[in-house]
Write a protein that binds this ligand. Structure first.
Ligand SMILES: NC(=O)c1ccc[n+]([C@@H]2O[C@H](COP(=O)([O-])OP(=O)(O)OC[C@H]3O[C@@H](n4cnc5c(N)ncnc54)[C@H](O)[C@@H]3O)[C@@H](O)[C@H]2O)c1
Length: 310
């Protein structure tokens, strides 16, 4: 297939593009390098440096390449930035996606795969529970709102134009190539700090000294596999949580990473970060029965090996 991958210079998109090329597909990456890096681009992929907010450019490049599928990973991905700049967040995540949907109609793509966020659209997930796709979304940040808005547009485009879509609601993704210098991406941040012999900071879940927020960490290879299945039309349900279904506190994560690196982490405890959801754990029982998640232990070992090799 010919597949247009947006955000293919970024963390997840570059792994997706690599995998699609390996599987024999033809890939065109569209990215503006706002957070992505040239070195992440697969050599065998065609590339166009385009901002998806530029609707004319998006349509022109789509007409030129003639994709059968669009795999949409590009986004303003930071919850904190979305809070500070909600309009820019919506311009990229909502209007940018609408440009791609219009392009999809203009070239008649067969399927549109969208990277949504299970980590954000469900909001707080109470202790002892997991959010499944049947759980009512409760977006609590502009980023979560923009991602959830796109989910609505996808259904509207299916209803109105028959566009086939697949929504993948990712939990907290980690793995090689994740940026360790942002405000998010705790596995990348901790890996780099541990390897440099630095302290790790545990931001409180409620009060300083607790184990920190609880998250569902999913290894990037599992996200890549889900994208391929989705693009090849082998996923079934229109919306799937891509997760491990395991809750891990920041403190537990720090300890597991210490084991992977072979050191005892030096910890510093800090207060709660405003805006952080306390607990987010997802469920995808049917999917995970068929496609079990990589264990945290193995995923962290591979991630640490990559950070060590840099
Ligand atoms: N990393 C996670 O834990 C996680 C969780 C849930 C959902 N997601 C979603 O997965 C997708 C990939 O995220 P990531 O973690 O790889 O982030 P990333 O920042 O590494 O990748 C995003 C890519 O999109 C590109 N991009 C941003 N704005 C653009 C624009 N206007 N035009 C063209 N390209 C643009 C960036 O340059 C970058 O290469 C995003 O849609 C994100 O919302 C990620």
């Amino acid at each position: 297939m010919r597949i247009l991958v947006t955000g293919g210079a970024g963390f997840i998109g570059s792994h997706v593009a690599d995998d699609l090329i390996q599987a024999g597909h033809q890939v065109l990456v569209v990215d503006d390098f706002s957070t992505g890096r040239r070195e992440n681009l697969p050599e065998a992929a065609a590339f166009e440096q385009i901002d998806i907010r530029d609707g004319e450019a998006v349509i022109a490049v789509s007409k030129d390449f003639g994709p059968q599928c669009i795999c949409h990973q590009a986004a303003q991905t930071s919850v904190a930035v979305s809070t500070r700049e909600p309009i820019r967040d919506a311009e990229i995540n909502v209007v940018g996606t609408l440009n791609l949907l219009q392009a999809a109609l203009s070239v008649g793509v067969e399927r549109f795969v969208f990277a949504s966020t299970g980590g954000a659209v469900y909001g707080e997930v109470p202790n002892g529970q997991r959010a499944s796709v049947g759980t009512a979304p409760r977006p609590l940040s502009p980023y979560a709102c923009s991602k959830f808005a796109v989910e609505g547009y996808l259904e509207a485009y299916r209803f109105e134009h028959g566009l086939d879509y697949q929504i993948l609601r990712y939990a907290n993704v980690y793995g090689p190539r994740q940026d360790p210098h942002g405000e998010a991406g705790v596995v990348a941040i901790f890996s780099e700090r541990l390897l440099a012999g630095q302290q790790l900071q545990i931001n409180a879940r409620r009060s300083e000294g607790d184990g920190g927020c609880v998250r569902d960490y999913v290894y990037v290879a599992d996200v890549v596999r889900a994208n391929r299945l989705a693009l090849e039309g082998a996923l079934g349900p229109k919306i799937v949580n891509i997760c491990s279904a395991q809750g891990t506190s920041t403190l537990e994560l720090a300890q597991a990473l210490g084991v992977a690196v072979g050191v005892t982490p030096q910890l510093r405890f800090a207060g709660r970060r405003p805006g952080d959801v306390e607990r987010s754990v997802l469920d995808a029982a049917d999917y995970l029965r068929q496609f079990p998640a990589t264990t945290l232990e193995q995923g962290l070992a591979e991630t640490v090996a990559w950070f060590r090799s840099r």
